[in-house]
Design a protein around this ligand. Sequence first.
Ligand SMILES: [Fe+2]
Length: 290
Amino acid sequence: MTHTHTPEVTGFFDTATNTVSYLVVDPATNSAAIIDPVLDYDQAAARTSTASIERILTHIRDHDLKLVRVLETHAHADHLTGADEIRHRTGVPIGIGQHITKVQKVFGNLFDAHDVTPDSVVFDETYSDGDHFMIGALEARVIHTPGHTPACVTYVIGDAAFVGDTLFMPDYGSARCDFPGGDARTLYQSIQRILSLPDSTRVFVGHDYLPQGRTEFAWETTVGAQKASNIHVGGGRSEDDFVAMREARDATLSAPKLILPALQVNIRAGALPPAEESGKRFIKLPLNQI
Ligand SMILES: [Fe+2]
């Protein structure tokens, strides 16, 4: 017998950006949500395409599922989100953490994105810490897990936690905290909230980068495994230790390849910037700003 608190989870790995998008299905009702879809982007040609989205939508059609939501764990800096394209095709709402407005403000200013204002409705649902919603008969709970960005959330759906970029696989560690509004101490505290879930909770991470010593991409682990062996926070690593390690490491990292295209599209939920008079849309690359 299938228990309704156990969603079926399928990961779709994007090799171009090392992103994992998820399809979460309530087996009792066939209702489904997509988490962190990717809009493919060829930077040299400034061309978007939708093969990654098609893969998920084809799976939904083939399995006769009913899509009810697209969920974003945060505004990503490494890939463009496919959320708006999926909303456009299916009519489902897009949800994200309520603190997305902070990210929209910082990056709206960076790109002179005058269409993104405090009053503009870009996302359909913005969640506070502790908010609940349903995916069919499955209950989803939102935990605000800032640190990588100020708006990051974790979705706990049945026995599965979708942690975005707060934690990666135990042998890879955690995400950088040096973006605007990011903070290593805050991330440590957010991670503790994830680690306080039951040990058996399945943890689905937002990226995998094949660390040395592993030959297969992986994206599913458990809270127990993270607590025991995550190389950044496992084994009871102290907050001060973690902060020192994280900040030293972040100081060595360069900007993600797609940060400028990604953020100006992702603060718009994946919609492309408004067309100029000619009808063409442009990605802006503000000089010497990041
Ligand atoms: Fe991220």
